[in-house]
Write a protein that binds this ligand. Structure first.
Ligand code: SF4
Length: 468
């Protein structure tokens, strides 16, 4: 969505923009990603911008290489990776500009003055004012007719100081809240123009920082009757109360995800989250009582963690009866207290290209941290046991043999038997609950809408054909 915001700013200044998001295209079943070289030859851009996330570092290098071989247009790099690791490209002669921070305020001048540089010019951007964040422009997105979820940020930044979080170097610690009427208008415009959008995801760093404001947003969203399901990614447990969750429900709420990080009291207290495990359990209970889908997020390998303490996380995750769980392996981002801890007490390896999650097909990577009390092999064992015992591995035939192999290699027979014994009932229970929730959030005509939703999931409806 960051690219779509920049597209809107450039378009408002009379520029023509095209966006190819290969991560988005991977999720578009039935749409073959285009040849980037061919697109560049056809479109003949004056400037090429590439947004990089650390976990796609290698793909980004390949893309830079391909773009550089295909066109003489100056290349501008941005995205979170460039803000966190600007030195990675500081001497790369293929690159003309490195844009660190939020590019909204600088993108027009960078594009209008862009020319090839002998080495990259670093542009450090100031955080954009919230009222200046534009509405995303969807038209330039390749495959927009496949877009089913609209992501929106009602605010940026987070003033909390969790020990593992890199927010200070990306969106910043000062909360910047957008005018809510503007956000509701944006969602309404997007849904009117692209009726295939069936869900809205709130991706703020800390959406409930001003709880009453957020409740006001939910009220307005419910009144707008957009007929979309609502997902909230980063809900702070301390801010959850009955009224908030009831409003979420009225606004189409379906998935609410809260960060637990660790179920071990000692490890948890070292995180400086500004909330307690008791508050997290209470929030989870309210979400479950209101029959919304509960998501939990854990981090493996936090300072002081080890394979025994990690069992407390698994026990807590099971007790909280989540619908979905993310077991992330810790990444020691530069400038965090977690990085400092590992520099003193363990080791730090490569974090570029590292995916923090085990894939549903049971593949994983070498963790980027280790310590005497939590060596690499134990970290992998912890990762595998958590994913198996909470049924996060998909139930495919080829996985069954793989689980047996993994159980033998990592001495995880107990976890494997728990998985084999409980996966099917868990799968059925989650799916029955999901159908019920979709039915409820879509309203009385849910069956018609549900069928439409599944058809829409498979057959993209071009907005040009539905009265644009
Ligand atoms: S509350 Fe979330 S965004 Fe804020 S510092 Fe903690 S982890 Fe980061």
């Amino acid at each position: 969505m960051g690219l779509l915001l920049l597209a809107q700013i450039l378009k408002s200044q009379g520029h023509d923009v095209r966006i190819i998001d290969f991560v988005f295209l991977q999720s578009c079943k039935g749409l073959r990603p285009p040849s980037l070289a061919q697109e560049i030859r056809d479109y003949l851009p004056d400037v090429v911008g590439i947004s990089i996330f650390t976990y796609h570092y290698d793909e980004a290098l390949e893309t830079i290489d391909l773009v550089n071989r295909t066109t003489d247009a100056p290349i501008v790099l941005g995205g979170p990776h460039v803000s966190i690791f600007p030195d990675d490209f500081a001497y790369d002669t293929r690159i003309s500009y490195l844009v660190c921070g939020e590019a909204e305020s600088e993108i027009v001048s960078v594009v209008e003055q862009a020319k090839r540089q002998s080495e990259p010019m670093i542009i450090r951007c100031q955080p954009v004012k919230p009222e200046e964040i534009p509405q995303a422009s969807l038209e330039p997105l390749y495959g927009v007719e496949y877009l089913k979820e609209y992501q929106i940020q009602l605010s940026r930044g987070c003033p909390f100081q969790c020990s593992f979080c890199v927010i200070g170097q990306t969106a910043g610690r000062r909360i910047r809240e957008r005018p809510l009427e503007q956000c509701i208008q944006e969602l309404s415009n997007a849904k009117n123009k692209y009726p295939q959008i069936m869900s809205i995801a709130i991706t703020d760093d800390c959406p409930t920082f001003h709880k009453e404001r957020f409740k006001g947003f939910l009220n307005s969203l419910a009144s707008a009757k957009l007929g979309c399901m609502l997902t909230i990614d980063n809900l702070r447990a301390k801010d959850v109360d009955e009224e908030l969750i009831e409003l979420c429900k009225k606004a189409g709420g379906r998935n609410l995800c809260i960060g637990v990080e660790s179920g071990n009291v000692e490890v948890f207290e070292g995180l400086n989250k500004g909330e307690t495990l008791e508050e997290i359990k209470h929030a989870a209970q309210i979400i479950r009582n209101k029959r919304l889908a509960l998501g939990l997020c854990f981090v493996i390998g936090l300072p002081g963690d080890n394979i025994l303490k990690h069992r407390d996380s698994i026990v807590l995750a099971k007790a909280m009866k989540a619908d979905y769980i993310y077991w992330n392996m810790l990444v020691p981002w530069p400038g965090t207290r977690v990085e400092e801890w590992y520099q003193k007490n363990g080791g730090i390896g490569e974090m570029r290209n590292f995916s923090t999650l085990i894939s549903p097909d049971l593949s994983w990577q070498t963790p980027p941290v280790w310590s005497g009390s939590f060596p690499s092999r134990d970290l992998i064992r912890a990762w595998l046991s958590a994913n198996l015992e909470t049924y996060c591995i998909s139930m495919r035939f080829k996985n069954l043999l793989r689980i047996i192999k993994v159980a033998r290699e990592y001495e995880l027979w107990r976890s494997a038997w728990i998985y084999f014994g409980g996966k099917l009932p868990h799968y059925l229970a989650v799916n029955i609950r999901t159908v019920y929730r979709i039915a409820r959030s879509l309203g009385p005509l849910f069956l018609v809408k549900l069928i439409t939703y599944h058809i829409v999931k498979k057959i993209p409806i071009s907005h040009h054909k539905v009265g644009d």
